[in-house]
Ligand binder design. Sequence first.
Ligand SMILES: [Zn+2]
Length: 73
Amino acid sequence: MALTQRITCDVCPKVKGEANHWFMFNARARDITFEPWQSPELEYKSHACSEACCVTILSRTLSDWGRSGLREA
Ligand SMILES: [Zn+2]
């Protein structure tokens, strides 16, 4: 019996299936890292199902940085 772990995209409501085209990412206060899906999932807690969702995360993080004044005006 395979261990079933329900993994959902952090952006859209997709649930990960057998296909392995997902990405993992870590968004931190001053840093964001994307990686292709790997198993085991290492320290990555966040998951994105597609390039489009990665772009959404990136854009959201960049605006958060802008709002929190980390970026020079
Ligand atoms: Zn998604």
